[in-house]
Design a protein around this ligand. Structure first.
Ligand SMILES: *Cc1c(COP(=O)(O)O)cnc(C)c1O
Length: 388
């Protein structure tokens, strides 16, 4: 992947030779994924969820790349993220999912941001602010159709139409969020659609939004007026029971700092949790849990045994982790790769090829979302494309 190096953005970046890991981020693939989702959205506007630093990719890179291909609406979780998004997308519509924190209305107005209001208290505060400003500012309203986390419970949502505050501001979007849209047969999907439908029909003419990435691929296509994909934009599989329709966006390479032979009956790593049954060749990679690579990908057992743990692609061959993932290092059993093909200084693939973000997540007992959003700050970041 060295051909990307010349296209690397160099502003304030960690140079590749000085980094333990090299993170490749393909902004053209991100843009292509947005287009694929738009083509599946059944005519609904396709927004982009860029919370958590655009799922770890970098909000300042991802937002302009998406805006260039036509994305006009962005969702973040925090007000601080919205301010960062605004700085690179002066024309965009930006919503803050985590609700209106008391006393922050002025900051919203100052940066032309829209809160996603999820309780009557938040609605009252926003309406009160708008009255004082004599301005009908825009906001979204979130109704909770099953997550029991954020938003107005359904019975409250059904009374929205009678609330006086709706005179004071503009509801630009009525939204809810799926609990398990990635399970296409889960009966909860239809129940949520039905509950959302009831509230929506009580508030006619207000644009509505329900699907996340996986919701876009449900048979019922509950696209409404706007869809809110996040994970699929970044290459995650929105249809886990089927092939991934998205392009990979993120690749991670780690550098081999040392190679050694470990004799039979010796262990590798902290607490001696991995035992060599015969003489094994171990490569030590300069990436660890301090880089956000999960410690739960640790390989605890014996050499040659089959168990779920991390894997690296070494000279194109899948090699199992050996022992605990430590803060700055991962040890990999490379015995099965011809000795001449694995040298000090070589890079190995930790994310890429068959090691998709979904697969890396599975091997660590977590989900690809967590792999992405933990991508560390010590990597050299090689961005590619994004020029539209
Ligand atoms: C995170 C989030 C999304 C995006 O979900 P993905 O599964 O990443 O597509 C959409 N809507 C809300 C309310 C969210 O919190």
């Amino acid at each position: 992947m060295t051909e990307h190096t010349s296209q690397t953005d160099s502003t304030g970046a960690i140079p590749e030779q000085a980094a333990g890991g090299i993170l490749h981020i393909d902004l053209d693939a991100l843009a292509a994924n947005w287009r694929t989702l738009r083509d599946h959205a059944g005519g609904a506007e396709t927004a982009a969820v860029v919370k958590a630093d655009a799922y770890g990719l970098g909000i300042e890179k991802a937002v302009p790349a998406l805006a260039r291909v036509g994305c006009r609406t962005f969702f973040v979780a925090h007000l601080s993220e919205a301010i960062r998004a605004r700085a690179v997308a002066p024309e965009a519509t930006i919503y803050v999912l985590n609700g209106l924190f008391s006393g922050t209305c002025t900051t919203y107005a100052e940066h032309d941001l829209r809160p996603v209001l999820g309780s009557f208290e938040e609605i009252e505060e926003w309406a009160g602010f708008c009255r004082v400003q004599s301005q009908k500012l825009k906001a979204a309203i979130h109704v909770d159709t099953g997550m029991n986390r954020l938003g107005l419970p359904v019975p409250q949502g059904l009374t929205l139409k009678d609330r006086g505050e709706l005179e004071d501001f503009e509801i630009a979007l009525l939204m809810s969020h799926f609990v398990s849209a990635e399970e296409s047969d889960n009966p909860l999907n239809a129940q949520q659609i039905e509950a959302f439908e009831a509230i929506r029909s009580s508030l006619p003419h207000i644009p509505a939004s329900l699907p996340n990435s996986s919701g876009i691929f449900l048979r019922d296509k509950p696209g409404y007026d706007l869809v809110r994909p996040g994970y699929a934009l970044y290459g995650g599989n929105p249809t886990p029971s089927r092939d991934n329709p998205m392009r990979p966006v993120v690749g991670l390479e780690g550098r081999i700092v040392q190679l050694r032979w470990v004799e039979a009956e010796h262990t590798v790593g902290y607490n001696g949790r991995w035992l060599a049954l015969d003489r094994r060749r171990i490569a030590t990679i300069s990436v660890g849990y301090a880089d956000g690579f999960p410690r739960s990908a640790s390989a605890r057992g014996k050499s040659g045994e089959e168990f779920l743990a991390g894997t690296a692609l070494v000279a194109g061959q899948a090699c199992p982790f050996a022992g605990n993932v430590s803060m700055d290092l991962i040890t990999v059993d490379v015995t099965d790769v011809p000795e001449a093909q694995v040298q000090r200084g070589d890079t190995v693939t930790l994310i890429g090829g068959e090691l998709t973000i979904d697969e890396v997540g599975r091997r660590a007992g977590t989900i690809g979302y967590e792999i992405l959003t933990n991508l560390g700050a010590r990597y050299a970041r090689a961005y590619r494309g994004g020029e539209g």
